[in-house]
Design a protein around this ligand. Structure first.
Ligand code: ADP
Ligand code: TRP
Length: 322
């Protein structure tokens, strides 16, 4: 049974892109593969961008609640907070010493963040090495991620190969698993939905606020009566990711016939989200503020994760001469 592992940052509230692109497919995969899976909240990676303790903490709990609300079974999967298994930083340091500097300097994600953010710290630069450690520390074989993470997975493999070349077979090479169908979930501005772009939709918001968030989706100025091009519409794109075939056909017809405004399309999207995530929203509401419960779930997970991590780190330490 292959071991599956994935992480999600706690740099903001979990959004629709995280859910459709990462959380839901990962939970599905864990069920199909008999639950030999590890899922974690990458709160150390979040420290590269979040410098406010309260925000970091709240985000971590929101992300934890989102995974649990979406049906993650903590008896069958290992679910933990990255910072609770801090030996990952020891492996990250060791891997840093097998990582060529130009590989990090050329990483898309670093270049992108370095050009957008005012705080370009060394954590952002070595981010892929900590991510490699996250994966290699558990001998993970399959890593479900969104398309934007492909390069990080390639770097993880390159780092593992470099280490194995120097010290002999030690680290397991992981494979990314990308859901091609979902690709990149667009945000309210049509760009990749992302916490850092502030174009995201948090499906756990109370209905009124959710409606407001959906209202911010950018559309063109085609008048209400005129036929509309669904293929270019951000509202339609999001709708089509969650609806069934019949709903899709109906929506296309509405767009093509005219007398159907973007307000109507947004209302339909709101209703679809409320329906599609009905039980998840109820579950989230129940647990999101219950920090004791969430801590207990995460600490149980960390204890199980440590059992695996300690063995792998031991193997690595022996190889490097410690
Ligand atoms: P963000 O870009 O909002 O900071 P993260 O980097 O924390 O999100 O991503 C967490 C997971 O969700 C990753 O596996 C990532 O690929 C996936 N993901 C994030 N945004 C999207 C998106 N817009 N479409 C598809 N998957 C996404
Ligand atoms: N970099 C990932 C993201 O932003 C989060 C992450 C950290 C991760 N460590 C990981 C994902 C290990 C998969 C495996 O989405």
């Amino acid at each position: 049974m292959p071991r599956i592992l994935t992480g999600i940052q706690s740099s903001g509230k979990p959004h629709l892109g995280n859910l459709l692109g990462a959380i839901l497919p990962a939970i599905q995969l864990s069920k199909e593969s008999n639950n030999n899976s590890l899922f974690f909240i990458a709160d150390m990676h979040s420290l590269t961008t979040i410098k406010d303790a309260e925000t970091l903490k709240e985000n971590t709990y929101s992300v934890a609640a989102a995974w649990l609300a979406c049906g993650l079974d903590t008896d069958k999967c290992i679910f933990y907070r990255q910072s609770d298994v801090a030996i990952v930083t020891e492996l990250a340091w060791i891997l840093n010493c097998s990582t060529p500097y130009p590989m990090l300097a050329n990483a898309h994600s670093f270049k992108d963040k370095a050009s957008r953010l005012s705080d370009v710290n060394a954590g952002l630069f070595t981010y892929p090495v900590l991510m490699a450690a996250d994966i290699l520390l558990y001998d993970a074989e399959i890593v479900p991620v969104g398309k934007d993470q492909i390069q990080h997975l390639e770097m993880t493999r390159d780092i593992a190969i470099a280490f194995n070349n120097t010290y002999g077979e030690t680290l397991t090479l992981p494979k990314a698993q990308i859901n091609e169908e979902l690709m990149l979930i667009p945000g309210t501005d049509g760009q990749k939905m992302s916490k850092s772009r502030d174009n995201y939709i948090d499906i756990f918001l109370p209905e009124k606020l959710l409606k407001k968030a959906i209202a911010t989706i950018q559309t063109d100025s085609t008048p209400l009566e005129a036929p509309k091009n669904w293929a270019n519409c951000n509202v339609f794109k999001l709708y089509s990711l969650m609806c069934n075939q019949e709903q899709l056909n109906t929506m296309k017809t509405h767009y093509e016939q005219g007398n159907f405004g973007y307000g109507h399309a947004k209302q339909a999207l709101l209703e679809l989200i409320l329906e599609r995530f009905k039980s998840e929203r109820i579950h989230y509401e129940k647990i999101a503020q219950d920090y004791n419960y969430l801590d207990q779930q995460l600490l149980n997970g960390a204890n199980k994760a440590k059992e695996i991590a300690n063995k792998v780190l031991d193997r690595v330490r022996r190889k490097i001469g410690y």
